[in-house]
Design a protein around this ligand. Structure first.
Ligand code: SUG
Length: 419
């Protein structure tokens, strides 16, 4: 059995647009009303996947969702032509691209029944994301249908907000070994919503049959949420025995670090001080919304957005870090600017699953050749640009629907995923 980390990226959908829907996500607010470029966006995401494959990493793919979400509009007693603008925008959102919010994943080594558990995130805090889970769950049930290897759970019930892996970290000696799972939650009361509720985190830990002695619940700092860290993965990322974090990410970092060190003595905490990179600059540059990966030669690399390279102070700190003796040896900037303009960096675009690829439906795994095919469809069908007023245009809607149908048909998933 070859258990390894697989990164499932959400392909950026043909309805990608900037509707300013996410209160507390500063990039989404800043770019509200801007013209989006869905084709370029999807090709940027594909280029990131290609670059990760070239590094020797295993790559998976989640499909965009059917948009506009007619089932959701119908449950609201309307349809895309008659809906109010904000409801229409929510029904058209391509937000499922941010696969880190698709589910929380606990690898088999951590669970008492020896299966990999996945709980689809309910995303109840933001209306445009609250209707993602049924289509996400349908894909998870297909991709991870092997019941000996996987257990796929439905969403934790409202009102307990759950935003999936974006608020979950796992530290371990190596991917295949038992780890410490860390659930990061927020407390409401600040200027922006806290999207991850502690009761949702506790429910996921129970559903996944985790060892309570190796599970930590850690509160996000209020300053981090107020500065725009709407998910913990905007201020911290973990891989194997390394935690890369901003010093202001957690409400009580000393007790968190002490608990972590007691459970995993080999843990290495790479902390970025606020004196070097302020929370504001961390969130502008998204240095923590990076994919921290173990390369086949054993060294670790940080796959981070080009925005981090474009901020001289931030980049200088990172270059000093990799020149030192720490565990992170390489910096790999990737251009995902279209996603970044809605607050989604390289780490938001992927869901990590530690498993044996042989147990996964191969339609959800990609190599260079399959990405070539997907890129050809994106090139031929995805709209070039979408302005906010276009969302009501029936020709645009027909094109978005045609794009999705062509892709899903090509990947031989239409029989399973038709809305
Ligand atoms: O939920 N943006 C997403 C970004 C999610 C990033 N994911 C992680 N950090 N893991 C969000 O706020 C903006 C959509 C808009 O405004 O049109 C949006 O949904």
């Amino acid at each position: 059995m070859t258990v390894r980390e697989i990164n499932f990226d959400g392909l950026i959908g043909p309805s990608h647009n900037y509707a300013g829907l996410s209160l507390g996500n500063l990039a989404s607010a800043r770019n509200a009303g801007a013209v989006s470029h869905p084709r370029a966006a999807a090709l940027q995401g594909i280029a990131k996947m290609r670059s990760n494959i070239a590094l020797g990493l295993t790559q998976g793919l989640f499909l965009p969702q059917w948009r506009p979400d007619g089932a959701w509009l119908s449950a609201l007693g309307t349809d895309v032509s008659n809906a109010e603008a904000h409801i229409r925008a929510a029904a058209m959102s391509a937000s499922s691209m941010w696969a880190a919010n698709a589910a929380t994943v606990s690898p088999a080594a951590d669970t008492s029944d020896g299966r990999t558990h996945l709980t689809v995130a309910n995303l109840v805090t933001m209306p445009h994301r609250s209707h993602e889970w049924p289509q996400t769950l349908a894909q998870l049930r297909l991709a991870f249908s092997d019941r000996n290897a996987f257990a796929v759970h439905g969403p934790v019930p409202a009102p307990f907000g759950d935003e999936g892996a974006a608020n979950h970290m796992r530290l371990c000696a190596s991917h295949g070994e038992a780890g410490v799972e860390i659930f990061v939650y927020g407390q409401s009361g600040g200027p922006f919503p806290a999207r991850q509720h502690i009761e949702a985190s506790k429910a996921v830990a129970r559903l996944h049959q985790l060892d309570p002695g190796r599970t930590l619940f850690v509160m996000q700092s209020q300053e981090a949420i107020a500065a725009g860290a709407f998910h913990n993965d905007v201020v911290a990322v973990a891989n194997e025995r390394v935690l890369f974090t901003h010093e202001q990410a957690f409400a009580d970092k000393e007790s968190f670090y002490a608990d972590l060190r007691a459970l995993l003595p080999s843990v290495e905490i790479v902390e970025v001080p606020a004196s070097a990179v302020s929370l504001t600059d961390a969130i502008r540059s998204y240095i923590f919304n990076a994919q921290l990966v173990t390369l086949p030669d054993g060294g670790m690399a940080l796959i981070l957005p080009t925005e981090a390279r474009d901020m001289p102070g931030v980049w200088a700190w990172l270059e000093t870090m990799v020149a030192g003796n720490g565990p992170i040896r390489r910096l790999i900037p990737v251009d995902v600017r279209q996603s970044m303009a809605n607050g989604g960096g390289p780490a938001c675009l992927r869901l990590r699953v530690v498993a044996d690829p042989a147990n996964i439906d191969p339609r959800f795994l990609v190599d260079e050749a399959r990405l070539d095919e997907v890129a050809r469809i994106v090139d031929a069908y995805w709209p070039e640009a979408i302005a906010p007023d276009d969302l009501a245009d029936t020709r645009l809607i027909a094109r978005i629907e045609q794009s999705w149908l062509t892709l899903v048909d090509h990947l031989q998933l239409s029989g399973d995923l038709m809305p």
